[in-house]
Structures are given as C-alpha cells and as structure tokens.
Design a protein around this ligand. Structure first.
Ligand SMILES: [Zn+2]
Length: 173
C-alpha cells in the first residue's frame, strides 16, 4: 500500500498498519473467549505464591498462568506457503472465528511460530521495512488479584497496564 505519509516508505506504512491491527486484537472478544475456554480452575502461582487462574496449553497440555499463555491462530494470519495476499484477507484471518484460536504456552507457541517461519522463508512476505514493534501484543490477563467465590470476570476486559516486561508478545502468525 502506498504510504500517504510523505516521508514514510511503503514498508514503514505497512508496518504501521500491521501494528495497529495487531494492537486491536487485544480488544477482540474471540481472543478473550478462547482464553477463557482454556481456563482450568485455580492453582498456586509458584512465582508469586498466590492463587491464580490456570490455563491449558493446547499442545503440551500442561497448565500455566495467564502470563505464560498466549492465544495462537491455528491457521496463521499470513499463510506461510502463500504469503501475504490482501489486506481484506489479512484482516479476516486476524479477527477470525474462535474455532481458529487456541491457547498455547510460550514455549509451544514459539515452536509453532518458528516452524511457520521456516515454511515462510522465501515466500511472498508483506513488505515491511521495520520490525513492527507492536506487531505482537499483550495477551496476558490481569492476575486475579482476588480470587473469591470462584467468580471470574468475563475476560473481555482490557489487558492490564503493566510494565513493559509483562507485555508478552502474541505472535499470531
Ligand atoms: Zn505448551
């Protein structure tokens, strides 16, 4: 897409669009629903010594706290074989049906992303000049500060405003 910003290259403009869209996923209800679907009760968070909601990794089947769980697009947003096609396609695959979303632990998500990357090498990539800083975004949920009565929030809340290091990256490729 040609950049309407004079001193931006096409690649930079594309990066801007991608990061803007990706940032929007955090407010995408299906993402939170997918996370809730992976919820598996409350356990002890060994890092904090507090109780925390636990989530199933759909790949290794182990339990993790929200901080260590990411929502993955089962069918990647950009097909690793076909490469980038159109923005219409990109948007509909990014904001997909819940059936295409799964909870993965960071390790499993990394592995899947790496595999996709390998497939992608040499394919038509979306032209982006910069590493989009925000192409990934937080998929961590607020730690349940109070776990009382087992009541859980709907999960459609905004992600926490936390320090940068807690902004786990959600690579939805
Ligand atoms: Zn896993």
């Amino acid at each position: 897409m040609k950049s309407p910003v004079e001193d931006w290259t096409e690649g930079r403009f594309n990066s801007f669009i991608v990061s803007t869209l990706r940032a929007g996923v955090r407010r995408f209800p299906n993402k939170w629903k997918a996370l809730e679907a992976a919820a598996h009760g409350v356990g002890l968070n060994e890092a904090t010594g507090r109780k925390a909601k636990l989530y199933f990794c759909n790949h290794c089947s182990k339990l993790f706290t929200a901080k260590h769980i990411q929502i993955d697009h089962i069918t990647p947003v950009v097909d690793p074989v076909v490469g980038f096609t159109t923005w219409d396609d990109y948007i509909s695959r990014l904001f997909c049906e819940i059936e295409n979303l799964q909870a993965l632990c960071i390790k499993c998500h990394k592995l899947k992303t790496a595999e996709e990357k390998q497939t992608r090498t040499g394919k038509t990539a979306l032209k982006t000049s910069l590493k989009p800083r925000m192409r990934t975004h937080s998929c961590t949920l607020k730690k349940p500060s109070r776990v009382r009565g087992g009541a859980t929030k709907s999960g459609v809340t905004s992600p926490p405003r936390q320090k940068k290091n807690s902004r786990q990256l959600l690579k939805t490729k």
